[in-house]
Design a protein around this ligand. Structure first.
Ligand SMILES: Nc1ncnc2c1ncn2[C@@H]1O[C@H](COP(=O)(O)OP(=O)(O)OP(=O)(O)O)[C@@H](O)[C@H]1O
Ligand SMILES: [Mg+2]
Length: 431
């Protein structure tokens, strides 16, 4: 080779590596400013596209509920292809990536290709994704990048692989930051919500007592008057209507009182499936009448928690009724009990999660923020206390309640409670 050519080649390589270094620096600087996971993924994908020009790509995120990695951001893949793209969190590919912490080029590492689960192999081959990059932070696999190209010469040299590993680890750190930021914000939101509810509860307790006494007198007088009236008379109907209104006030006052009943909870070791099963049973008939199917997957084995069975039944009943009321006619409600979180190495503090999902109209984001507020209701005869009460009860159980909703798709409420240690039968179902 002519000296000039060698010089140009070395210079080219140097320039390229300098450019790449700059690309990583720029990426990590810009990622530090973003706290939204979706925006982060879009930014990472754009940089990878610019540097490596793949034909298709997917960033898989951990999904604790299904103990798998599912696509977040992607390009070059059809919806039908994405819907089948799922890798088990404990599958061979995830394990290989977590242990080796380096890219895997499937067509250059036939041994590893052979080692993978046949389903994983078929999936990746079928989607022509032949490059897998682990996203690792703090020794934990926090995501998987999958890339593929149809161009014959498209492959990675060592420098490319190093760059890609570096990018993935920068991205992983940024995702962790974003998750921490989100968790912190959710914690603060919960704190504000709890404080607001406590204040309302104290105020309500005082007022409720004052209302209850005269209300009892009003009700018994009205019943006395009713007895003197002929059922056919219009006055009889009027008084009956008034009685119904009084009962409505009474149940609102009852709801207000339960917002502040912090002392009244009696906890003992119970099987969570008991209050949940009872609540499902109670709404079953009403659901059937409405043409709504309630599918429950209660997981079989006992989930013991320290709780007040009556109060927890109240929580599940409120949530099931909300789900039922959200469905205009026929629909589907599913109830699932799963360990929480099945991922993320929190084996020392296992929780149990109850998810109640409906395929109703969903809740727009600006309303979703207010659903736990006392008196927030969109129903003509709702009190708006149901969720506030649920929140109070779950809080007293040292648990958490979360509502996720998507307009047009439906709503999921998750109730998570600390599990009594040693009560979980099969560890293997914890993803
Ligand atoms: N599963 C759901 N789907 C859609 N919207 C819901 C769902 N659950 C709750 N909501 C919304 O949250 C609001 C507050 O719910 P909450 O249970 O606190 O009160 P409510 O149901 O309106 O009244 P009450 O519980 O006294 O009947 C509801 O009015 C509704 O707009
Ligand atoms: Mg309700």
């Amino acid at each position: 080779m002519r000296p000039n050519l060698i010089f140009e080649k070395v210079l080219g390589r140097l320039q390229r590596s300098r450019l790449n270094r700059r690309a990583v620096q720029e990426l990590s600087r810009s990622l530090a400013l973003i706290v939204d996971r979706e925006a982060l993924e879009a930014s990472v994908a754009a940089r990878i596209r610019e540097l490596f020009d793949p034909d298709r790509m997917a960033i898989l995120e951990p999904d604790p509920a299904t103990a798998s990695f599912l696509p977040g951001f992607s390009f070059g893949l059809k919806d039908s292809e994405l819907s089948g793209l799922r890798l088990a969190a404990r599958g061979k590919l995830a394990r290989w990536l977590a242990v080796n912490e380096t890219c895997l080029v499937l067509d250059r590492q036939p041994g590893v290709h052979e080692y993978l689960d046949p389903a994983e192999r078929d999936l990746l081959d079928g989607l022509r994704l032949n490059l897998c990059v682990p996203m690792v932070s703090l020794n934990r696999l926090t995501g998987i990048l999958l890339l593929g190209s149809d161009r014959p010469g498209w492959t990675l040299n060592r420098a490319d692989a190093e760059l890609l590993n570096l990018l993935a680890s920068q991205a992983s750190l940024a995702f962790e930051n974003a998750a921490l930021y989100r968790a912190q914000r959710e914690r603060l939101d919960r704190l504000y919500r709890a404080e607001r509810l406590a204040a309302v509860g104290q105020l309500a307790a005082g007022v409720a007592h004052e209302i209850r006494n005269p209300l009892t007198a009003i009700r018994s007088t009205m019943q006395y008057l009713l007895r003197g009236l002929d059922p056919g008379e219009p006055k009889h109907q009027l008084v009956e209507e008034l009685l119904r209104e009084v009962d409505r006030i009474n149940s609102t006052v009852g709801g207000l009182l339960s917002l502040s009943r912090s002392g009244e909870i009696r906890k003992s070791e119970i099987d969570l499936l008991e209050p949940l099963g009872k609540a499902v049973q109670l709404v079953q008939a009403r659901a059937a009448e409405q043409g709504v199917a309630i599918e429950s997957d209660l997981g079989g084995s006992a989930r013991r928690v320290l709780g007040d069975s009556g109060q927890l039944k109240q929580v599940f009943l409120n949530l099931l009724l909300n789900a039922l009321q959200s469905l205009p006619g026929e629909g589907r409600i599913s109830v699932a009990v799963t360990p929480w979180p099945p991922l993320r190495g929190r084996e020392d503090a296992p929780w149990v999660q109850v998810r109640i999902t409906d395929d109703g109209p969903g809740i727009p984001p600006d309303q979703l923020r207010r659903v736990f507020d006392p008196f927030y209701t969109t129903k003509r005869d709702g009190t708006g206390l149901g969720l506030a009460i649920c929140h109070g009860i779950v809080e007293q159980h040292e648990g958490e309640i979360q509502m996720d909703s998507e307009v047009g798709a439906g709503t999921t409420v998750s109730v998570r409670l600390p599990w009594i240690e040693g009560s979980h039968g099969q560890r293997s179902d914890r993803g």
